[in-house]
Design a protein around this ligand. Sequence first.
Ligand code: AMP
Length: 340
Amino acid sequence: MTHTTTILTGARANNDLHIGNYLGALKPMVDMANTTADKYTVQLFVPDLHSFTTEVDHETLYAMTMRNVKTYIALGFPVDHPNVYVYRQSFISAHSELAWILDCFTSFGELQRMTQFKDRSAKIGEKRISVGLFNYPVLMAADILLYGAKYVPVGDDQSQHLEFARDVAIRMNNKFGNLFTVPASVSEQHKFFGNKQGLRVRDLVDPSKKMSKSDATGKGVVFLNESTVSARKKIKSATTDSYSVVSHDYTKQPGISSLLDVADGFGGDSKEYIATHNYGALKQAVADKVAGFLADYQAKLASIDDRRVEDLLLSGEHAMQLRANETLDRVQRAVGLRAR
Ligand code: AMP
């Protein structure tokens, strides 16, 4: 394969996806892949080795991984494009091997300073924190550096880890010559992917907070695997306000503003609804858009058979193994594990 500039993206297996995840994270990722695949190499991977950094149901993990890939296919990720590769991290052993080597070029203090680690260990206590959670930024660096990926869309919580990947790449390049492509800095990543305001879909019952799978009642959240009847009901009962004006103003009218954004996100035209000043009509329109999307998505998901996913992954993993092993071989020679 030719080595064009690489965009790398990965998402942990998760079966509780909701329309907030879709509009805030998945749709931008799918749109990005569709607009860039002609020019760039686009890699979508399931970081299954990262699953163990926090508690996970081992019984269902494998099924979740497969389901995760199907979700991307059903959402329109261009998996059949010749420049797109889909693979599972644990099927390419070079990830673990490079991570170990990078571990040995990383200082303990460097990882101890990672804010995410500090926050999480403060929350769950040092005794219950795994070494995996401590050093997963190193595995993440390997995920990126193995493929010379330049662009990696990262949320704020991952910015520091991306900077670490750059640091360790530069450190090893300085010591051993040009081993790695250094990924773009966080600000360059934002420039490349478009530094969006970061749409936050609000909880339908309490629009002061964002829609989240951890909502105890489930009434404020519309899940992607939810029935259209139930989704419509939740949207129709969404909390609004007493202004009787449809306007986009998150400070005064967070519920209405979020409904407008959801309408736009699912292909509606919020300007049309603003003109009506009718909350009932807005909810009806949003319910129609969301229900239409869910029906389409669920039908697509159900139509993807396991065989297709297996074939897709096997061909992606075959190509990625060659690419990853090239990098690993270069590193092994440089550090003296192989003859120069
Ligand atoms: P989480 O489900 O919290 O692990 O988040 C997974 C991804 O979905 C992250 O990129 C979040 O920023 C995004 N996300 C989660 N909830 C929302 C929401 N209510 N609105 C928009 N994006 C969200």
